[in-house]
Write a protein that binds this ligand. Structure first.
Ligand SMILES: C[S@@+](CC[C@H](N)C(=O)[O-])C[C@H]1O[C@@H](n2cnc3c(N)ncnc32)[C@H](O)[C@@H]1O
Ligand code: SF4
Ligand code: SF4
Length: 361
């Protein structure tokens, strides 16, 4: 069965080049822009302060249900990142996840959090794992005052560290997520050393500049050559650099290129709390596929429209992944899933146990 599955995936990969058809396996669903943090690199927390009416415009459970039930491009959906804002602040978060799980049995969830509200997060984690395969993703952007400064909340490192520890003690699968910026570039390895014994996965990436995070003042977040070299050195000293994503991050920091061409919008999309759909978190505002409310919540109607095809053409021609620090997990992993030959050879050279687990056992 497995070789068949891989050849079928490769067939879809080629097909996506020629007829620009989407086959979404991963959605990054932002359920709210409410946020209890004040991060420097993300403007989600400002949204409802600037325009309180946006809270009322958040999608309803019935709208996401409609999208899930009517969109054929989601037939092979296998992963959902529940993000935000701070997703646990959304009251019907668990109802949303349960509905998706009912329609796509066995789907994998990533629940992202800043870890500031420990009690609520653990409550939600408990509910999520009672019916689904869920990994808890918690953000740490440096040690002590560095994290506090990046995240704009005094004492947030201490609180989030305690949350991660509690999640670990309760047996949850944890992925640690770290942004790399000029403010914390010296501490990437320190973050790894501090948490390596209590987390299952580690992910780090340079900042994305684009419509989703509303980060437009680029210079403040771009690493210079000296900073990049320092991060590469640190990543080499992290055993976890065997991780394909982290390996690609080192690669783009080194020569600003990665070996999977970006297929955002083909295999993954990002959906905002008011149901705008984007191919990725690093694209400009005018790459929005449109709003699901305008098409009865049918994602196919946005992705396969003339405008949708034009946007996907722009993704084909987008060289940001070659020229800038453009890498994000939802797009990267869904593309890797279809780039089966390259994936196979990378694992053959770098990670035989994972190769065995995924391709042969
Ligand atoms: C937007 S947050 C939402 C979940 C939660 N509030 C948190 O901070 O983890 C999801 C992830 O995006 C990361 N992030 C924030 N701003 C970013 C940016 N400009 N570029 C790339 N990642 C960013 C966060 O650090 C976090 O790991
Ligand atoms: S990164 Fe997360 S915690 Fe920080 S402002 Fe954005 S949504 Fe809030
Ligand atoms: S390379 Fe891909 S992820 Fe980056 S901006 Fe272009 S389309 Fe988006």
């Amino acid at each position: 069965m497995k070789p068949f599955k891989y050849f079928r995936n490769y067939f879809y990969y080629l097909k996506s080049f020629f007829n620009r058809q989407s086959r979404i396996c991963q959605i990054c669903l932002s359920v709210t822009d409410q946020c209890n943090s004040r991060c420097t690199q993300c403007s989600a927390w400002k949204s409802y302060l600037l325009d309180p009416s946006l809270k009322e415009k958040e999608f309803k459970l019935s709208e996401i249900e409609m999208m899930i039930k009517t969109s054929k491009s989601l037939n092979f959906l296998n992963t959902i990142s529940l993000t935000g804002g701070e997703p646990i602040l959304r009251k019907d978060l668990i109802d949303i996840a349960q509905m998706i799980n009912k329609e796509h049995k066995g789907i994998r969830f990533f629940l992202q959090s800043n870890g500031l509200n420990s009690e609520k997060l653990i409550e939600r984690a408990k509910e999520m794992v009672s019916f689904s395969d869920t990994t808890m993703c918690v953000s740490i952007d440096g040690i002590n005052s560095t994290h506090d400064k990046v995240r704009g909340i005094k004492g947030s490192f201490k609180t989030t560290k305690q949350t991660i520890k509690k999640l670990h003690d309760d047996g949850y699968e944890i992925s640690l997520s770290c942004n790399i910026t000029p403010a914390n570039y010296l501490e990437i390895k320190k973050v790894w050393d501090e948490f390596k014994d209590i987390v299952d996965y580690f992910s780090c990436r340079p900042i994305a500049v684009g419509a989703f995070f509303k980060t437009s003042e680029k210079n403040e977040f771009v690493l210079n050559k000296k900073q990049r070299n320092s991060v590469i050195k640190q990543l080499k000293n992290i055993n976890y650099a065997k991780n394909l994503f982290v390996y690609q991050v080192s690669r783009i920091l080194f020569n600003q290129k990665r070996f999977f061409p970006c297929r955002a919008g083909y295999f993954s999309v990002i959906i905002t709390p008011t149901l705008d759909v984007y191919p990725c978190s690093a694209c400009p505002e005018d790459w929005c596929f449109g709003n699901l409310r305008d098409v009865d919540c049918n994602l196919d109607a946005l992705l396969e429209s003339e405008k949708g095809k034009k946007i996907k053409m722009m993704v084909n021609n987008c060289r940001k992944y070659e020229t800038e620090f453009c890498i994000n997990e939802p797009e990267f992993f869904s593309t890797a899933h279809f780039q089966i030959f390259r994936l196979f050879f990378w694992l053959l050279i770098h990670d035989l146990p994972t190769l065995w687990k995924n391709f042969f056992s």
